[in-house]
Design a protein around this ligand. Structure first.
Ligand code: NAP
Length: 246
């Protein structure tokens, strides 16, 4: 098993990409703190994970609430004894053309995607240092690398997490903590299932592999980066996008 003995904390872990990460990590032997604001989905995830090699335990955590974040990181360490790998995956969209984007939409997306990532990582750092070979992997997006119509706020956050990742890779290397990002393309999750059928067809047509990705396609990239197989990999952004960038 590729994560035997490791402890992971996954934000936005209740559904979509985060849920796939929690299940794959537990299959590969990790004990996982699945953190989200969706308590019912977390309870369902715990049930689905029963019987896997590692345990998945759900924790209510709003990444914008610094007190709650700190408390849940501490509870994770109390439950599983340590923290080896942090997965910053919680994210939202609030799309609008630039001329129509309200301050509220801007603030909400910045708060969850960018400040939330900062909050959780800052709270996790003392424990990742103790682990001796910790890792941080953050969900960026193809939109953070190439931009997108109607996503000024989202693009700013997804480019921002790349900047934070590169800074952490430099700043934390002396503690043997690695920091990387995964930049998914167009993935079938509740986030994209609300998009109009016409846009989905257009995006699939534009993708060289002619399909949307599944959450598991992204989870495997996180698995590699969190595992010791990637012990010499830091400061990288791994695109998983069906060739959409070529
Ligand atoms: P998703 O199904 O909506 O999952 C995101 C999860 O994060 C949801 O459970 C969501 O809960 C939770 N969340 C939202 N705000 C939170 C907060 N303040 N604290 C804790 N959890 C919170 O979306 P997904 O597609 O799996 O997205 C996962 C990550 O991948 C996101 O960072 C997203 O930006 C990124 N991404 C997705 C795609 C794609 O095509 N799907 C492409 C590139 C990048 P709520 O339902 O309450 O919001």
């Amino acid at each position: 098993m590729r994560l035997a003995g490791k402890v992971a904390l996954v934000t936005g872990g209740a559904r979509g990409i985060g849920k796939a990460i929690c299940l794959l990590f537990a299959k590969e032997g990790a004990n996982v703190a699945a953190c989200d604001v969706l308590d019912e989905d977390l309870a369902q995830l715990e049930k689905e994970a029963a019987g896997l090699a590692g345990v998945v335990k759900g924790f209510h955590m709003d990444v914008t609430n610094r007190e709650e974040v700190k408390a849940v990181v501490e509870k994770t360490v109390a439950e599983f004894g340590k923290l080896d790998t942090l997965i910053n995956n919680a994210g939202i969209t609030q799309d609008a053309f630039l001329h129509k984007m309200t301050e509220d939409k801007w603030d909400k997306v910045i708060n969850v995607n960018l400040k939330g990532t900062f909050n959780v990582t800052q709270a996790a750092i003392p424990y990742l240092k103790e682990a001796g070979s910790g890792s941080i992997t953050t969900t960026s997006s193809i939109v953070g690398q190439f931009g997108n119509v109607g996503q000024t706020n989202y693009a700013a956050t997804k480019a921002g997490v790349i900047g934070m990742t590169l800074s952490w890779a430099k700043e934390l290397a002396r503690f043997k903590i690695r920091a990387n990002a995964v930049a998914p393309g167009f993935i079938s999750t509740p986030m994209t299932q609300v998009m109009p059928e016409k846009i989905i067809e257009y995006m699939v047509e534009k993708t060289p592999l002619k399909m949307m990705g599944e959450p598991e396609d992204i989870a495997y990239a996180f698995l590699y980066l969190a595992s010791d197989e990637a012990r010499y990999v830091t400061g990288q952004v791994l695109g998983v996008n069906g060739g959409l960038t070529i």
